[in-house]
Write a protein that binds this ligand. Structure first.
Ligand SMILES: [Zn+2]
Ligand SMILES: [Zn+2]
Length: 407
């Protein structure tokens, strides 16, 4: 039996185990860095499979496989954190924690990488180099990846290439399809802002005795559109949206302050467009606020860069995915038309350090009733495709290391 058939067969044999692991994780969602149940779950499984996992950063785990034969090192990553939302999905393994839900499918990612870990361990003596398995926290707040990087993720041994898989649901694509991101920028950068406009509150009947922050915020909101309309080069992509606009609680009271919260997205690896938007946003908000006698504070936080996909690595991964899955492996551009996605992913921090590629596993087609996408409280994922993700991770690592050996 050749390697591809062996890996597919071994992954299929793990189907039931992986579904159980995934559903157990789904029942116990944890968010951010607070992953005590999840991390222990993963640690125990890895130890059971013969690994010696080590803690990394605030709540991550890393384990190594191979290293018996010389060669390069490939990083495979799963994120483990859930979302702070209440699950409304119709599943019989619902979240047991109110206000927490695995709504992005990271429970699937964790089970998939655990499956791959088990398979890779069996083939440890055949690995031409080393596979580094990364289980990271806090993806949803864009802090897990930088925390792992700062804790030495890419060293000892040095990582030469990095791979991740994300599941998707709610699109009219066949469940089990693997999409490989093409070389270039695959997801936009994202950064949050909060503009606080401070005035002086008072009774609604005497506005002249107050400084109304709501009126000032409304003027700021409109003035900011100037940046998109007149200041960004039409050839550059730079989008910002104020999605939360708050001020006041009663209809007859002028409040002390109003707040505007939003996100800035660009597809510029150096984020020059983002820096321009931030600079002008600050100047306009302060200037317009001052004209209306308000004090304005503009803050930026939770930055995540755009994801850079290495063209050579993407080509190599596409090639081995075709070997493994035939027509069920496609380029992401065949679906996206080559446009970068608007959503962000904190593995982008890794992609700025080492050649990186991301894959997407279709886990539920809208044609089969999986109509909700990630982050929706009703999203469901088809966990009959876990073994495909597992085979993809394990086979990609084995074949890429073999290929780099033969170079
Ligand atoms: Zn997410
Ligand atoms: Zn996610």
């Amino acid at each position: 039996m050749d390697m591809k058939d062996t890996i597919l067969k071994e992954a299929r044999e793990l189907e039931e185990d992986m579904r159980e692991m995934r559903r157990e994780l789904h029942r116990h969602p944890e968010v951010g860095f607070d992953l005590s149940f999840t991390k222990e779950f993963v640690r125990k499984k890895l130890e059971e499979f013969g690994y010696e996992p080590v803690s990394m950063g605030k709540a991550g785990l890393v384990a190594l496989c191979g290293g018996k034969k010389p060669g390069r090192t490939i990083l495979l990553r799963a994120d483990m954190d859930a979302l702070p939302i209440r699950e409304e999905a119709d599943v019989d393994f619902k979240s047991e924690t109110d206000g927490r839900m695995h709504g992005c499918g990271h429970d699937m990612h964790t089970a998939i990488l655990l499956g791959a870990a088990k398979i890779l361990k069996k083939h440890e003596n055949e690995i031409n180099g080393t596979v580094k398995l990364e289980f990271q926290p806090a993806e949803e707040i864009f802090e897990g990846s930088p925390d792992m990087l700062a804790s030495g993720l890419l060293e000892d041994p040095h990582v030469d290439a990095a791979l991740m898989i994300h599941v998707t649901a709610g699109m009219p694509l066949r469940s089990g399809t693997i999409m490989v991101a093409d070389g270039g920028i695959s997801t936009a950068s994202c950064e949050q802002y909060r503009i606080t406009v401070r005035g002086k509150g008072g009774h609604g009947s005497v506005p002249h005795e107050t400084i109304d922050p709501i009126t000032a915020a409304a003027h700021i909101h409109l003035a900011l559109q100037e940046i998109n309309a007149r200041e960004i080069d039409g050839h550059d992509y730079g989008v910002f949206t104020t999605g939360r606009f708050e001020g006041g609680q009663a209809s007859n009271v002028i409040p002390d302050k109003a707040e505007m919260w939003g996100t800035i997205r660009t597809i510029d690896p150096e984020n020059k467009v983002g820096e321009l938007i931030k600079k002008r946003m600050t100047e306009i908000a302060e200037g317009v606020g001052a004209a209306m006698r308000c004090e304005v504070e503009t803050e930026f936080f939770d930055f995540c860069p755009c994801m850079l996909i290495d063209a050579e690595l993407s080509g190599a991964v596409m090639c081995v995915m075709k070997e493994l899955l035939g027509g069920d492996a496609i380029n992401l551009s065949a679906v996206s038309g080559g446009k970068p996605g608007g959503g962000s992913e904190d593995f982008a921090f890794v992609s700025h350090e080492v050649p990186t590629v991301s894959m997407f596993l279709v886990a539920g087609s809208s044609n089969d009733g999986y109509i909700y996408g990630q982050h929706h409280p009703k999203v469901r994922f088809d966990d009959s495709v876990l073994h495909i993700g597992t085979a993809a991770h394990a086979y990609a690592a084995l074949r890429l290391l073999e290929r780099s050996e033969n170079k």
